[in-house]
Write a protein that binds this ligand. Structure first.
Ligand SMILES: C[S@@+](CC[C@H](N)C(=O)[O-])C[C@H]1O[C@@H](n2cnc3c(N)ncnc32)[C@H](O)[C@@H]1O
Length: 233
């Protein structure tokens, strides 16, 4: 990718809020002390093996884009201590909440980044990630905003570049038009194969699924979800 493409692509995907209510004292302290320690330094060269980002040995690398309240990321990090997790979330309050949980639980297998995920994807070496989770991305339900959706041809190119052979892209959403949008974009990309063979495959949550805050809200409002798994081909 040229520098020019890199710049234009790096800024196109984040349209959300970066700050909400003032942070509680403990969260502000956690952010000030833990964020510098755990955030990725995109100014430095990435290690060829992303496992080297973690202080303890990890066997595989997962990326969670837009972790929101962080409940899913924390659940997975506790469940799989030998997996290295990289969580990305530009919303400051969410990052503060996640870091305080990481601190409380003493997790050593979590690294973070507090800005647009496209920057991390462009920094990562080719074929360095085992799995990408994009769970309830901002839905942008109005047609005129669809081009803001994280799933796009250029971002699927990014996913395809960083995923290892045999790597997977997992997507969940409660917005029908976004589910169809993602299926169509992955089909047209030709680098991903949807693994579903029957409807229960996309109606059933992913294995060990703890739910997410956004999913709970969708349920309260009467919307069901689709869970899509794509293999990199
Ligand atoms: C609808 S929320 C879902 C949060 C969480 N995954 C859940 O299910 O509860 C989408 C999240 O994606 C984050 N986000 C939006 N654009 C992003 C980007 N370009 N890079 C990383 N995160 C992004 C937002 O800040 C927001 O927290």
């Amino acid at each position: 990718m040229t520098d020019q493409q890199h710049k234009s692509r790096s800024t196109e995907a984040f349209f959300g809020r970066r700050k909400g209510k003032p942070l509680r004292e403990r969260q502000a302290e956690g952010l000030a002390s833990l964020l510098p320690e755990l955030t990725l330094d995109l100014e430095s060269e990435p290690p060829r093996d992303l496992a080297d980002l973690f202080p303890l040995p990890v066997e595989s690398i997962r990326l969670e884009i837009g972790f929101g309240g962080g409940e899913h990321l924390i659940h997975r990090a506790v469940e799989s201590p030998s997996v290295g997790f990289i969580g990305i979330e530009p919303f400051v309050n969410s990052m503060a909440k996640l870091l305080s949980r990481v601190d409380d639980l003493g997790l050593k297998n979590v690294r973070v980044y507090d800005d647009d995920a496209t920057q991390v994807l462009d920094w990562m070496p080719e074929a360095s990630v085992d799995r990408i989770d994009l769970l309830y991305p901002d839905p942008w339900p109005k047609r005129k905003h669809w081009k803001r959706r994280f799933v796009s041809a250029v971002n699927l190119d990014r996913f395809h570049r960083v995923l290892k052979p045999g790597g997977q892209f997992l997507f969940a959403s409660d917005i029908d038009t976004y589910v169809n949008w993602t299926l169509a974009h992955c089909r047209d990309h030709h680098g991903f194969e949807w693994t579903a063979e029957q409807s229960s495959d996309w109606l059933t949550p992913f294995a060990g699924w703890p739910g997410t805050r956004y999913e709970n809200k969708a349920r309260r409002e009467g919307r069901s979800s689709a869970y899509l798994t794509f293999d990199k081909i």
